[in-house]
Design a binder for this molecule. Structure first.
Ligand SMILES: Nc1ncnc2c1ncn2[C@@H]1O[C@H](COP(=O)(O)OP(=O)(O)OP(=O)(O)O)[C@@H](O)[C@H]1O
Length: 235
């Protein structure tokens, strides 16, 4: 049974038809990468999965349960974590306080949970030394690592990542890539990733390519052809 199963999904912004009959599924423990040029609807799809945008028709099922009537916080509590483009860490709060916010996705939220699982420091060692620093004082790459670590503390079953390496220096891109691979390999969490770096895309098990709001190609990333890469990746 897929963790995430999307069928014939249609989403609009006002009268603009953005997602057109989208089908996509993510199997347990899989890393799936969504590719496509700017503006084709990748972010719209992730926002619809987490419930920030409403679907017009079709279905989005998480662990076989239809999500349509659940608010974003209910989807988070049921096991979906979303790291948006731009990361959205809270700049005035310390790294530790930002991490604690991730516990809000656990049953009982912050009232019942105060423990930061040290596993996040194994994945992102740089954060451990910076716990008292203001989030806003970290570099872009460190903020991205913080945002992923915060999402993991909610113990999700599905992690949605929107361009985690956008605007990040190349050495840190590799750190993030390795950490995401390790998350998938060691925790059983499934990942749906929007990504433009080909090397990172190839780490995924499966890809879906979008064009003008629809899925136009998919398959194992081992079979990603030069033609598909040229058509759907901008870098
Ligand atoms: N708030 C909005 N109101 C109206 N239209 C929007 C809004 N946000 C996005 N769109 C439009 O929806 C389409 C899909 O945008 P989306 O951000 O999902 O694309 P994307 O593939 O994620 O691209 P990018 O990589 O640039 O974020 C675009 O044509 C965009 O102009």
């Amino acid at each position: 049974m897929p963790v995430l199963d999307i069928h014939a999904l249609n989403v609009y912004y006002g009268e603009s038809h953005i997602l057109r009959n989208v089908d996509l599924s993510v199997q347990p423990g899989q890393m799936v990468c969504l590719i496509g040029r700017n503006g084709v609807g990748k972010t719209t799809l992730l926002k619809t999965i987490i419930g920030l945008l409403q679907q017009r028709s079709g279905s989005v099922r998480f662990e076989a349960k239809e999500l349509e009537d659940l608010a974003p916080h209910q989807r988070a509590r049921s096991g979906i974590a979303y790291v948006p483009q731009g990361r959205e860490i809270i700049p005035q709060l310390s790294v530790k306080e930002n991490l604690l916010l991730g516990l809000e996705a656990l049953p009982g939220g912050l009232r019942r949970h105060r423990h930061i699982d040290p596993q996040v420091f194994e994945l992102f060692p740089v954060l451990e030394g910076f716990l008292q620093r203001r989030g806003g004082d970290l570099s872009g790459g460190q903020q991205q690592q913080l945002a992923i670590a915060r999402a993991l503390l909610g113990k999700p079953k599905l992690l949605l990542l929107d361009e985690p390496t956008e605007g990040i220096q190349p050495s840190v891109v590799l750190d993030i890539e390795r950490a995401v691979k390790r998350i998938v390999a060691t925790t059983g969490i499934s990942v749906l990733l929007v990504e433009q770096h080909l090397h990172f895309v190839r780490q995924a098990d499966w890809y879906y390519a979008m064009q003008k709001g629809g899925m136009v190609a998919s398959g194992p990333t081992a079979e990603l052809s030069k033609d598909v890469v040229d058509r759907f990746l901008s870098v």
